[in-house]
Design a protein around this ligand. Structure first.
Ligand SMILES: [Zn+2]
Length: 1005
């Protein structure tokens, strides 16, 4: 069967290739008289023989990749590494891939190589650019051309037309962001060689008409660990437990591709900087997670800020891939049915925010060992988006992976080269339309970020981040009024009439993700100003564009310093994250917190304000200035109860089971100068925790309470070490262990409990919040699973119901919070209040092809409307007034009143609960009660600020933040995620408050 297919294929492909040769106009630019017939047959026979030998199925090839051209000057991967790309059982370190790219630069005037930045662990990220030699020699000119097409404010229509006809578009291929997806970086070496060397009209068309950039490995730190791990496992005896890839980069694993908005990681920053410099029209990222090749379009909903032209470009490019490979009999190349196209936090959205095209492939895994693929029917069925589906069975291997993705990339590049004027014109139009939207469209015409807002340091930080990502920001020269908005001199203005306003639209808009859509691939809500809790106000009055303003050209700082005179310094608690930096910078200075609101020097201050007795002004004022914080010096301390802000000794737990997300919490601690001792769950067994630490932070791991305790299962007697060794030189950067198996264990959990009992403060968020309730170590806290609740990565209303708790210091009565489906925490033993709404996500039997026709009702949010007495919920069907705000100071009775509704009637249908209920109430063994500090609104209609929500009734009055007393200590439990990626700066201080007030959490109780 295979043989017959192969013969048929050879004939068929020959005719296609011949047609392609005839139809392609031969290039004229700077290449000399290179004819196709002369060199097309100069094949590297040794390399080509190996391609055939390693290919596991004859259907997974095309005429583009079934051979390698020879060269007398440029080294092949075989000559350089001693093996071809696609050799089973071998992986290449990033440093060696980079050496190869450097060698290509040295050997050919058609390539140029340079570094684009460093990783956290000090390794280099690189780019290789390939084009004809004349283009390579004149790269700066092309860079200038593309920059001109990027800015219609500076470039005339006539000049744009000229450039569209003459210049060359740029295409940036990236891979290796996901370290276990190993094939892209390997394949790109062969692709680079082929693009430089091959003299077929097909390749010449690409080389002579477009500029191809290649970054083979984005996550360089993770690649080296992956290669170490692979070779380590390869030497283990059969049946022995395999070492998982633990850390990738210093901070996160797979989430390195969710940093596109936050841009905390070095790899994201380097990608962004490179993008802003060169402005490629396409960014194409190579991944491995599906059967056999998916070319991105996505199921939708598509991000609202993306120009409709881009959507058509996604589809056109994907269809070319599907069509060209299908024509050649390659099965399993498809589009649509994976990913949505909604959230902008992927790395390749660096392209979309700047009016270019971001796309990606998912390919059947490289291996690198040969294996067999037997996908389920859901993968092999013929669907409209999958006209030639994957097969029920195929033999696969690294050469299959290399062939299929290299062929697809080549068809994409060829299509891009064939249609270069079209793509340049589209790019120009998209930039023009972005500027026009800010001048004559529906607006907004600008956004204003008040410079003197309450959280002014974080507002300045937001401005700096937006500028770094390419947005132009101005400051108002004078005071003026537009609409109802009074703009002050120095306020920041994001003009709407700039090409990258697309980024502003994308970040500043409010998301409305109808639950009738297919399941979201990631977050549904991300509104920048909500997550950061800064005022950023859209302006619908066009006259703002005519006001006098000055472009911001350097990093901005909020105005800071000390007013007044006197020995006592007061710094109000604004929840600016720099306050934490201020405290840690002056760790040796005695600082206190006011336990109530107070007046001093004619101003009002909030509970939590820092009071520094006998303040050394000369020492503290420069820091306040640098951090954009304001202090007031007074003669005597205010008449308000105070407690010391003692900096704790912090222990920080990570699980060996999963090191995916916890780094986002470290990111916040590191950035604001909070020291901690980092150790693994298995070390808890050593005990004596209270002697070593005052605070232990145990960030979300994912999984159940039981899985945290179990960890990586211990089966067999062979230990699983994770450490640096001659064989694994890249492991052990964050932490090491001789055996990473075993998790917390009951012993470790007991030690953690003893730590809290003895007066320690344990801070948990997300999955780790469920551990104590599940093992009945806290009282009266129930973990619920409300039936039908749909709240994927969404921004909901946070309501502070106990503003006297130090955890709430500085915050308004309400704030936007990030919540992602679970945990749902109920206090006082209420169980299953919600019966579920009967399929809010739509029935599987009915087809909804216009899911966005019926948007969700979004609850309005107004910055600054929330004051110290609590803010009424917006109008909209709110029920009983006995709401959260009135429950302050008596959280338990508040919950009793509002949460009691519907407790009867067997409403627990579909709800699962763990823990808590055995105590039948909120009071624990020792008489202590959990203190609910924040909770969801009583009414589901008041919850959703941006993103999605269905059956929000299941969250009604459920806790968002609990202070659970245990013995002499406390467990601070977050159901929301205060440190979600590098995006929720607005709630970081909930965590910082827990750290700063760790031994005074009972204040205000
Ligand atoms: Zn991936």
């Amino acid at each position: 069967m295979a043989g017959r297919i192969q013969r048929w294929r050879a004939v068929f492909v020959h005719s296609v290739a011949a047609t392609a040769m005839c139809s392609v106009a031969l290039p004229a630019s700077g290449q000399g008289p290179v004819g196709p017939s002369a060199s097309a047959r100069q094949v590297d026979s040794a390399y080509t023989a190996k391609i055939k030998e390693f290919l596991q199925d004859p259907r997974i090839t095309t005429e583009l990749v079934d051979h390698l051209p020879s060269s007398s000057t440029v080294p092949t991967p075989l000559r350089f590494h001693g093996r071809i790309v696609g050799t089973p059982g071998e992986l290449t370190y990033a440093k060696d891939i980079h050496r190869y790219f450097e060698a290509l630069d040295n050997a050919s005037p058609r390539a140029k190589y340079w570094t684009i930045g460093k990783t956290e662990e000090g390794r280099e990220m690189v780019v290789l650019v390939i084009a004809d030699s004349t283009t390579i020699a004149n790269l700066e000119q092309f860079k200038g051309d593309i920059a001109a097409l990027s800015d219609p404010r500076k470039t005339s229509e006539a000049e744009a037309k000229r450039l569209i006809g003459t210049t060359k578009p740029m295409y940036w291929l990236t891979s290796g962001i996901h370290s276990p997806e190993t094939g892209g970086p390997e394949m790109l070496q062969e692709l680079a060689y082929r693009l430089i060397v091959e003299e077929t009209p097909f390749i010449q068309q690409i080389r002579n008409n477009i500029i191809t950039f290649i970054t083979p490995v984005i996550e360089v730190d993770g690649r080296e660990k992956q290669v170490d791990t692979y070779y380590y496992n390869k030497k283990l005896p059969p049946g022995a437990a395999r070492l998982p890839l633990m850390y990738w980069g210093k901070y996160v694993a797979h989430d390195n591709n969710r940093d596109g908005m936050g841009q905390f990681l070095s790899l994201t920053k380097n990608v962004n900087d490179f993008f802003l410099q060169w402005k490629p029209q396409v960014m194409h990222d190579l991944h491995e997670s599906v059967t056999y090749l998916y070319s991105s379009t996505g199921t939708g909903p598509y991000n609202d800020a993306i120009d409709p032209i881009t959507v058509t470009e996604w589809w056109m490019m994907a269809q070319v891939d599907v069509q060209e490979l299908t024509k050649r009999g390659v099965p399993g190349v498809w589009t649509y049915g994976f990913y949505d196209g909604w959230t902008p936090n992927y790395m390749f959205f660096a392209a979309h925010t700047k009016n270019a095209i971001g796309r990606f492939y998912e390919v059947q895994s490289y291996g690198p060992d040969n294996y067999e693929v037997r996908p389920p029917a859901t993968t092999t069925s013929r669907e409209w988006f999958r006209p030639n589906p994957p097969l029920p069975y195929i033999k696969w291997g690294p050469r299959n992976n290399t062939n299929i993705q290299q062929s697809a990339v080549l068809f994409s590049l060829k299509h891009f080269a064939d249609n270069k004027s079209l793509y340049l014109e589209n790019y120009w139009i998209k930039n023009k339309r972005a500027v026009e939207r800010g001048k004559s469209g529906a607006g907004p015409f600008a956004w204003v970020i008040p410079a003197t807002q309450r959280r002014k340091a974080d507002a300045a930080d937001a401005v700096n981040e937006l500028r770094k990502q390419g947005l132009e920001v101005h400051t108002a020269n004078t005071a003026f009024t537009v609409g109802s908005l009074e703009v002050k001199p120095g306020d920041y203005i994001v003009r709407g009439d700039q090409p990258y306003r697309t980024l502003a639209d994308m970040y500043f808009s409010i998301q409305n993700y109808s639950p009738s859509n297919p399941s979201p691939y990631d977050d549904t809500g991300w509104t920048f100003q909500y997550m950061r809790n800064v005022a950023l106000l859209p302006v619908s009055d066009k006259r703002i564009l005519d006001q006098a303003m000055t472009a911001v050209t350097a990093k901005v700082h909020a105005a800071g310093g000390i007013a007044g005179a006197g020995a006592v310094l007061i710094v109000d608690h604004t929840t600016d994250n720099n306050l934490m930096k201020f405290r840690t910078t002056h760790a040796g200075v005695r600082m206190q917190a006011a336990e109530a609101d107070f007046e001093a020097a004619g101003r009002s201050f909030r509970a939590g304000a820092f009071i520094i007795p006998a303040a050394d002004r000369a020492k503290l004022e420069p820091t306040l200035k640098e951090l954009g914080l304001s202090g007031v010096a007074v003669a005597a301390a205010p008449a308000v109860k105070l407690h010391d802000l003692d900096l704790p000794r912090i222990g920080y737990i990570h699980a060996w089971q999963r090191t995916q997300d916890e780094g986002w919490v470290r990111a916040a601690l590191d950035s604001y100068g909070v020291p901690y001792t980092y150790f693994a769950d298995i070390k808890l067994r050593d005990g004596k925790l209270r002697a070593k630490y005052d605070v232990i932070i145990y960030p979300s791991v994912g999984g159940s309470a039981q899985s945290h305790v179990a960890g990586l299962i211990k089966s067999g007697s062979t230990p699983l070490p994770y450490k640096k060794s001659p064989a694994t030189p890249n492991l052990g950067a964050n932490d090491s262990a001789d055996d990473i198996r075993g998790g917390l264990g009951i012993e470790g959990l007991t030690e953690l409990y003893k730590f809290v009992q003895a007066g320690g403060t344990l801070i948990v968020e997300g999955s780790t919040t469920t551990i104590f309730p599940a093992y009945n170590l806290t009282s009266g806290i129930t973990v619920e699973s409300p039936a039908g609740l749909f709240a994927r990565g969404t921004i909901l209303r946070g309501v502070v119901i106990d503003r006297t708790s130090p955890l709430a210091y500085g915050f308004d009565a309400q704030m936007p919070v990030y919540f992602n489906q679970d945990p749902v925490l109920s206090v006082a033993g209420s169980v299953g209040l919600f019966a579920g709404g009967g399929g809010g996500r739509g029935s599987a039997l009915s087809q909804n092809i216009t899911p966005n026709a019926v948007p969700l009702r979004i609850s309005p949010w107004t910055f600054g409307a929330s004051d110290s007495t609590g803010t009424a919920m917006p109008a909209g069907g709110r029920g009983a007034p006995a709401g959260p705000a009135t429950a302050a100071g008596s959280a338990q009775s508040g919950r009793g009143v509002t949460g009691g509704t519907g407790a009867a009637a067997g409403a627990a249908a579909g709800a699962n609960t763990v823990g808590g209920s055995v105590f039948g109430g909120a009071t624990g063994i020792d008489g202590s009660r959990p203190r609910v500090i924040m909770q969801f609104p009583a009414n589901a209609g008041d919850m959703l600020l941006s993103g999605t929500l269905a059956n929000g009734e299941g969250l009604a009055n459920r806790a968002q933040l609990i202070d659970a007393p245990v013995g002499k200590g406390h467990v601070v439990m977050f159901a929301i995620r205060p440190f979600w990626r590098w995006q929720t700066q607005g709630t970081y201080f909930l965590g910082f408050n827990a750290i700063l007030n760790w031994n005074d959490l009972d204040a205000g109780r």
